[in-house]
Design a protein around this ligand. Sequence first.
Ligand SMILES: Nc1nc2c(ncn2[C@@H]2O[C@H](COP(=O)(O)OP(=O)(O)OP(=O)(O)O)[C@@H](O)[C@H]2O)c(=O)[nH]1
Ligand SMILES: [Mg+2]
Length: 284
Amino acid sequence: MQQKGIHWFPGHMKKAMREIEEKIKLIDVIIEVIDSRVPRSSKNRYLEQITKGKKRILVMSKKDLSDPNIVSMWEDKYKEEGYYPVVCDLNNKNDINLILKAIDVAGEERKQKYLKKGMKPQPLRLMIIGIPNVGKSTLINRLSKRSSASIANTPGHTRAQQWIRTSSFELLDTPGILPPSYENSTEALKLALIGAMKLENLSSSDLASKLLNYLIKNHREALKNKYDLSDEIIENKEEVFEGIARRRGLLLGEGKLDIDRAEILLLKEFKEGLIVKVVLDEIC
Ligand SMILES: Nc1nc2c(ncn2[C@@H]2O[C@H](COP(=O)(O)OP(=O)(O)OP(=O)(O)O)[C@@H](O)[C@H]2O)c(=O)[nH]1
Ligand SMILES: [Mg+2]
């Protein structure tokens, strides 16, 4: 994919990269937030060139929705690639402390440089980036809650950017929003399933059908248990949505089952981790 060069690069991706590139000069540490259910598909590979030379923390969010064993393999892989991965649930205070620790570690070298010169260490400058819906705003909110002050203007910069200041770091409060990947349809499908992007050319009915195929193949028991479905129903794929509608009392009137709502329910409950905790990207 990378060999194809820049000319096919979608315009929105180019624009996002340019915006991030402009800001990156001010930044010491990049925090890329990815969704731990899609550790590859939610990560931006083009960013790797732009962020070279910076310390890179990889926040692998939504661990409460993903399979811990597979996530742990991805964590090791990213460690080997030079990232500082932090697997976390951004709604869990202890996990936020792990991210704060990662920030400390990332800043240590720079701090020592100042100290060696007999200077007071300058605060580390951080920027949070990631595709939509991975938890960037949640993370900014969690980190800024601890901040002593939020300052509007940083002298020396022409553009007034909001920096959130704590005792040890400053956080650029506008996250770099990267568009999700569109060039690979399997990745796009996975991102649609976790709610990170909408697929224009795929109806929710088609998406639900693909999800059902995946669940039958990989998580049959979990599906059966969740909706109290018999083996006979699972064998007959068309009947699964009817079974779900029946179990959940989704009716159209005159006793007819509401299949549309059953499909949407399956998508929603999968996205919320209520059927099974998954990792959709295979490690290789
Ligand atoms: N279960 C769970 N939900 C999370 C976690 N982190 C964030 N969320 C939820 O995910 C949704 C998206 O979070 P945001 O912080 O708005 O994500 P974002 O990256 O800022 O999204 P955009 O602004 O659309 O780019 C919200 O409903 C959050 O509550 C997590 O670790 N676990
Ligand atoms: Mg946001």
